[in-house]
Design a protein around this ligand. Structure first.
Ligand code: AGP
Length: 631
């Protein structure tokens, strides 16, 4: 989604802004722009371009943009098409104020109507454009008080304006009359300040900062800050000055390297053995007294004892991980569990039940719907006096420093390292592992599984890294070849049952989001209740058939599809029954419990190779964003 970079200091702003914007490209965008203020002439120069950053760079080649203070933006269209007029920065009528914004101003139409009645002419279809005009109006009012034209005055003006805004925003503001100052503010959208050497750089995400400094100050919700080359002033929504120490960026948050891979997505699929190793190293410890393994999550798990049910809130791929989690938590640990789309939960939450654990799952830690749903749950539970309704929260994320990291105390950090590809792969894998840990923890506490069964599962998890390495080696080339045959395919059906039904959904999501081929996942037993009507020889079926309680059923469902002439691909070990598949992507034998962790790998590879073979922008698929920071 939209990305913001803003800089003030003693170095030339242009290269710093461009470098920052490049690092935000992975979030997904469809236009970009920058504005820099020249402190000598007190002029703001803007440059914008449709499409990728290279178009903006082309525009800039013949332009001189001196100045050490500036703002930049990558825009993912919400209000108004991805055209130059809608690209940020947006300015007031005289071009003396420039604003970049991430989020949605929900009451922009009312504000716009009022401004238009006052004679303001708008040049874009965006919600953002109301902000510079409102700031101008505010500065006009403040000028009657004879305030100096400086950063502090701009701070007051922006503060007054944001108090009238409804919705979410992260924004950065330049004012030609205070040419060394920047004002930044956030509400329900991330903003991080980096403390460099001779400059402060503020951005939506750490990669844009990591090249300059590893010392950061994440802004809290509803904060506003004034940045000048001399220092930072941060204020909360009550206008209280905030003082806190900066923190260091983790090394994993600083590395964005494709190595020798053609795309980040492929590299990240190959990172999965490392993700497994990290998880095992961080969260599995052997009790030296009794030799038993324990899950070492970094919070007190005493409250687990009173938990009677679990609700999990997530979107997209994270929801698929949550569905595997539900299966494990119910079938392995015996705890009734429900999974909700965050966007649905917000507007139709289930009636409150006591002794509930709420788990938020989000790799980015910034998904607006997930953050808002968790927030709502905290509020409605906290309003009850009965202690049984106290919010018990866990977040599973790859970005501990994100919004969810500040919202929820109990964090399972999946430590997968930055995931650049928009299509989640290694973070999905890490989320799955987090749920295995929770299931083991609950089974131990509740005594729902014998220690043999628990040990067996742990032993299988320990063996994962080499198994995944083998799977990658075995399937990379073969899925590339298969991708050639699927080049022109229009529809693909994915089938799975039980613990592998979410893997069918995830396989379908991966394929459609990066290859733009229509794909749908179904519980295999549901086919005959409708979707089977779609099948013919042009519609291949990918069937996940892991030995276990539903293996025979999945094979029968696959037979039904084969009888409709579909080309059948099996994701299964080579065993009796799998000979019905026209093509078998062989999976090593395992218990049904851990099979999702193995089955997902060839599905990720196949999607990747199909998209790469079609020559598509695998890492930044059209219309998609890595962090979905708007509702
Ligand atoms: C994953 O491949 C997708 N790009 C998308 O569905 C994603 O999982 C979803 O937007 C949720 O993101 P989150 O995990 O950062 O909350």
């Amino acid at each position: 989604m939209c990305g913001i970079v803003a800089v003030t200091g003693y170095k030339k702003a242009l290269p710093l802004l461009m470098n920052g914007l490049e690092k935000l490209e992975y979030r997904g965008y469809d236009s970009a722009g920058i504005a820099i203020v020249n402190s000598e002439t007190k002029n703001i120069t803007c440059n914008k371009a449709e499409g990728k950053l290279k178009n903006l760079i082309k525009n800039l080649n013949d332009k001189n943009m001196p100045g050490t203070v500036g703002i930049g933006h990558t825009r993912w269209a919400t209000h108004g098409k991805p055209e130059i007029k809608n690209a940020h920065p947006h300015t007031n009528s005289s071009g003396t104020i420039a604003v970049v914004q991430n989020g949605i101003i929900e009451n922009f139409q009312d504000l716009k109507n009022k401004l238009q009645k006052e004679g303001v002419i708008f040049n874009s279809d965006t919600d953002t454009e109301v902000i510079p005009h409102l700031i101008q109006r505010e500065l006009n009012t403040l000028s009657k008080l004879n305030l100096d034209k400086n950063g502090s005055t701009l701070l007051v003006a922006v503060r007054n304006v944001i108090s009238d805004l409804e919705g979410s925003y992260a924004l950065a503001v330049l004012w030609a009359d205070a040419p060394t100052s920047l004002v930044v503010a956030r509400r329900q959208a991330p903003l991080i300040i980096g403390l460099g050497e001779g400059e402060f750089i503020c951005a939506s995400d750490t990669p844009a900062i990591a090249n300059f400094t590893n010392i950061i100050l994440p802004m809290e919700d509803e904060e506003i800050a004034l940045l000048t080359p001399l220092g930072i002033e941060i204020y909360d929504s009550n206008n209280e000055r905030q003082y806190r120490s900066p923190v260091s960026l983790k090394v994993s948050e600083q590395i964005m390297d494709k190595m020798n891979f053609k795309h980040y997505m492929l590299k990240e699929i190959y990172d999965q053995p490392e993700t497994a190793k990290n998880w095992l190293k961080n969260y599995l410890i052997k009790d030296l007294e009794n030799g038993q393994y324990q899950i070492n999550y970094p919070f007190d798990t005493k409250f687990f004892e009173s938990i009677e049910r679990i609700e999990i809130i997530a979107c997209g791929t994270s929801k698929h991980a949550a569905m595997v989690g539900k299966f494990l938590l119910e079938q392995f640990s015996g705890i009734p569990t429900n999974v909700f789309y965050a966007s649905e939960f917000r507007y139709s939450p289930p009636p409150l039940l006591p002794n509930t654990l709420t788990i938020g799952v989000t790799q980015s830690g910034e998904t607006a719907d997930t953050i808002a749903a968790i927030d709502m749950e905290i509020k409605r539970r906290s309003s009850k006096e009965d202690k049984k309704f106290t919010p018990n929260l866990i977040a599973i994320t790859n970005r501990k420093e994100s919004s969810i990291g500040r919202q929820v105390l109990n964090i399972i950090d999946i430590c997968a390292g930055i995931e650049v590809g928009v299509a989640a792969t290694k973070t999905f894998f890490g989320q799955l592992l987090s749920f295995y840990g929770l299931a083991i923890k609950f089974a131990q506490i509740k005594g729902t599984q014998g220690s043999d069964e628990i040990d067996k599962l742990i032993t299988e998890l320990i063996k994962l890294p080499p198994l995944i390495e083998d799977l990658l080696e075995q399937h990379n080339e073969s899925s590339e070849k298969l991708a050639h045959d699927f080049f022109n395919i229009k529809d693909v059906i994915f089938l799975g049952r039980g613990i592998n039904y979410p893997i069918a959904l995830e396989g379908a999501l991966k394929l459609k989001e990066i290859s733009y081929i229509h794909a749908a996942g179904y519980p295999a037993g549901e086919m005959k209740h409708g979707p089977i009507a779609l099948l013919d020889k042009k519609v291949p079926v990918i069937s996940i058939a892991s030995p276990g309680q539903v293996f025979d059923k999945v094979i029968s469902n696959a037979q039904e599809a084969k009888a409709r002439d579909s080309f059948m691909i099996g994701i299964a070990p080579e065993c009796n029954g799998t000979e019905i598949f026209d093509y078998l992507m062989k999976i090593p034998s395992s218990t049904e419990w851990v099979s999702p962790l193995l089955n997902i790998v060839p599905l990720q590879l196949l999607s990747y190779h199909i998209a790469a073979h079609r020559g598509l922008d695998v890492d930044q698929p059209r219309n998609l964003a890595k962090s979905v920071t708007v509702e």
